[in-house]
Structures are given as structure tokens and as C-alpha cells.
Design a protein around this ligand. Structure first.
Ligand code: UDP
Length: 360
């Protein structure tokens, strides 16, 4: 029996890990131990995903959050190292591009424990993003690179990483969306609570540092969404970081009068909000893809995206958030838009492929 320690800590990682963790529990050759760094800790940013997606309770809870990027990553590095010394795993598995990802991978390689990186090879080519730094460094020190798409596979090869370390398995988020997307319909849940009809509202999420830390960008988004709300209801599931900034700016109460501002929701409510939205406006990586999974047009409030196949196929359009008017116009003109028929994210069996590869 080979032993795997999975290090996770942020919302999208719980969602990605849920399906791999489930496949690992089915394996009689691999055993998983879960380490939660504590990066996201509110009930609606963490616990709800463990409950809804059937993830076992973490074996280790490190309770590390807040502080600067360096401080947070450094504290995680030290604590994960302690856990790895106690657990002595054969492999460490990490997901995506957060500080928890980098800390987990770095702690492991420094102890000569091989690392598997799920969602390897994504690139924005923008080194100002903390996520880009985390993912490039993690890829460089990983022995198993599980690439979600052909484009991410090509980035890894172009950077000189060995073909023998790369497996293009598809996107684990697609596995999860296929499973839960089928279960969620338009009745009950959050749609009923918010009194929303299918296809009659715009769903928004915003949390990237490049938007929350630059007030002119955040204001363009706030003004743009308020303008959109004059034509069609806007539901904004407000990330805790974005809420704090808007509160400090004194802009939250006016926004709440014009836009339906809600706290972050659990995964099943999010699937319902996404599946029945008319348009999704977001700076989230995961939400861009989920818009496509549910065939909803998406407006991405960023300068670039890692998921380029959604741009070229017409499902997504990039709108750098510098003008409220361009945000307003892009959202309204995306209403009813469709893209080409594509299937870039695998066949819904990414998690099985990862577990099969690791068992080999
Ligand atoms: N999500 C959620 N509730 C919310 C907002 C997002 O369950 O209120 C889910 C969403 O469906 C997706 C994931 O969180 O699966 C995306 O995470 P996030 O936007 O935090 O990170 P990113 O994907 O940008 O790394």
C-alpha cells in the first residue's frame, strides 16, 4: 500500500480534490491522508464543501491563514514539513495554484518526497499574479504533472519539462460538474430563496488580487454591474476579501441596494446559480469553466485567461475591468450568445486516470 499526503487549503482545491479523493478511497493500492492548511476557513468557504462533496474530515488541520504571501507560505512550509516527517508518505499531492499548493510541494521536495501536481501547465503569462508564480514553481518541482488540457500540456513541454512526467488526463472540475450538474435542477435551493427565474439574471463573482487590490478596477466592476442591474437582475456572490475591500471603501451599502449581494454559497447552490444564469461575469478560473460546462455565456473580468480554448470557441470573452461601460456592454451583448461545440476538458474521467497513473 502506497501512502499519499494531499495538501489543500482553498475553496477550488476542495472541489478538485473531492473527486480524486473519492477515487483514491476506491483503490486498494493507495491510501490518502488529508492536510488542510487553513488558508480558507469560514464555514461557507471550507466546511460546506467537505459536507456536500463527501470529502473525509482532514487528518491534519494547520490553521494558517492571513498575513502576507511570504509569511503565509513560510508558515505553511514549516508546518507541512512537520506533518510529512510524521506521516512519511510515498507521494505528496497538490492542486492548482495557491500558497497551499506551493508550500505543500516545496515541503515535499525538500524531503525528497515526489510531488504530483493536479492542474499542471496552466499559464497566464502574467508574473504579477501570485497564482502564476505558485503554479510555475510547483510544476518545476513536481514528478507527476497532470495537465487538464492540450494547451497546458504544450506549455509544460515548451518549458522543457520531461514528456515522461506529463499526463494529459482532462480536468477534474469537469468530472465534478458532470456528476453534480445532473443532480441540480431549477427548483428549490437558492433560486427559490432569492426569487429568481432561470435565465433571468446575471451571476457575478470577483476575488482576484489584481481586481480587489486595484481600486480603479474594482470600482469599474461595481459601477458596471450596477449599470447592468438596471436591465437584468445581478446576483453577486461576494468573496470575503472583496467584501472587506468594498466595506472599507464605503461602497457596499449602495451596491447592495442595486445588486443582489449574497455571501459565498456552497457548491450545490453555486451549480444551480451557474446552470440557470443568463450570463456569468467572473474573474474566477473555475467559474469560467463551469459557465462552459453548463453552456452559459461568460464575461471574464481580467486582462488574460489560462483557459484560452473558451475564448477561441466563443464561449467566453475577456473584458479588462478598466471601464464600467465596456463591462456593461459586454455583459448585455453576451445575453443569448453561444460558442462552438468543443470538448477540451477530457471525458469526465480525469480523477480515475490520475489514480490509475499513480497506481502504476
Ligand atoms: N464557488 C462556490 N461558491 C461560491 C463561489 C464559487 O462553490 O460562492 C465554487 C465554484 O463553483 C468553483 C470554485 O468555487 O467550483 C471556484 O473557486 P474560486 O473562484 O474561489 O477560485 P479559482 O477557480 O479562481 O481558483
Amino acid at each position: 500500500m502506497k501512502r499519499i499526503v494531499t495538501v489543500l487549503g482553498a475553496r477550488p482545491q476542495f472541489i478538485k480534490a473531492s473527486v480524486v479523493s473519492h477515487a483514491l478511497r476506491m483503490s486498494d493500492q493507495l491510501k490518502e491522508t488529508l492536510v488542510h492548511t487553513g488558508q480558507h476557513f469560514d464555514n461557507n468557504m471550507s466546511e460546506v464543501f467537505f459536507e456536500e462533496l463527501g470529502i473525509p474530515k482532514p487528518d491534519h488541520w494547520l490553521n494558517i491563514h492571513g498575513g502576507g504571501h511570504g509569511e503565509m507560505t513560510g508558515r505553511m512550509l514549516a508546518k507541512v514539513e512537520e506533518v510529512l516527517l510524521t506521516e512519511g508518505p510515498d507521494l505528496v499531492m497538490v492542486y492548482g495554484d495557491t500558497n497551499s499548493t506551493l508550500a505543500g510541494a516545496l515541503a515535499a521536495v525538500k524531503l525528497n518526497i515526489p510531488v504530483a501536481h493536479v492542474e499542471a501547465g496552466l499559464r497566464s503569462f502574467n508574473m504579477n499574479m501570485p497564482e502564476e508564480i505558485n503554479r510555475i514553481l510547483t510544476d518545476r518541482i513536481s514528478s507527476w504533472l497532470f495537465a487538464p488540457t492540450a494547451a497546458s500540456n504544450a506549455h509544460l513541454l515548451r518549458e522543457g519539462l520531461a514528456n515522461s512526467h506529463i499526463e494529459e488526463v482532462g480536468d477534474v472540475m469537469y468530472d465534478v460538474a458532470l456528476h453534480y450538474g445532473r443532480k441540480v435542477n431549477a427548483s428549490g435551493q437558492v433560486l427559490e430563496k432569492l426569487n429568481l427565474n432561470p435565465r433571468s439574471y446575471v451571476l457575478a463573482t470577483v476575488h482576484r488580487a489584481e481586481n480587489t487590490n486595484q481600486l480603479h478596477r474594482l470600482l469599474a466592476i461595481v459601477d458596471g454591474l450596477e449599470m447592468v442591474a438596471q436591465s437584468i437582475p445581478v446576483v453577486w456572490a461576494l468573496h470575503p476579501r472583496t467584501r472587506t475591500v468594498l466595506q472599507k471603501m464605503g461602497r457596499l451599502s449602495e451596491l447592495s441596494r442595486k445588486v443582489c449581494v449574497i455571501d459565498p454559497v456552497g457548491y450545490l447552490d453555486m451549480v444551480q446559480l451557474e446552470k440557470y444564469a443568463a450570463v456569468i461575469a467572473t474573474d474566477s478560473g473555475g467559474v469560467q469553466k463551469e459557465a462552459f460546462f453548463y453552456q452559459v455565456p461568460c464575461v471574464t473580468l481580467r486582462d488574460e485567461t489560462e483557459w484560452i480554448e473558451l475564448l477561441t470557441s466563443g464561449w467566453n470573452r475577456l473584458v479588462p475591468p478598466v471601464s464600467s461601460y465596456s463591462i456593461h456592454d459586454a455583459i448585455l451583448s453576451a445575453l443569448g450568445a453561444k460558442g462552438e461545440k468543443i470538448q477540451p476538458y477530457g471525458d469526465g474521467n480525469a480523477a480515475q486516470k490520475i489514480v490509475r497513473a499513480l497506481s502504476r
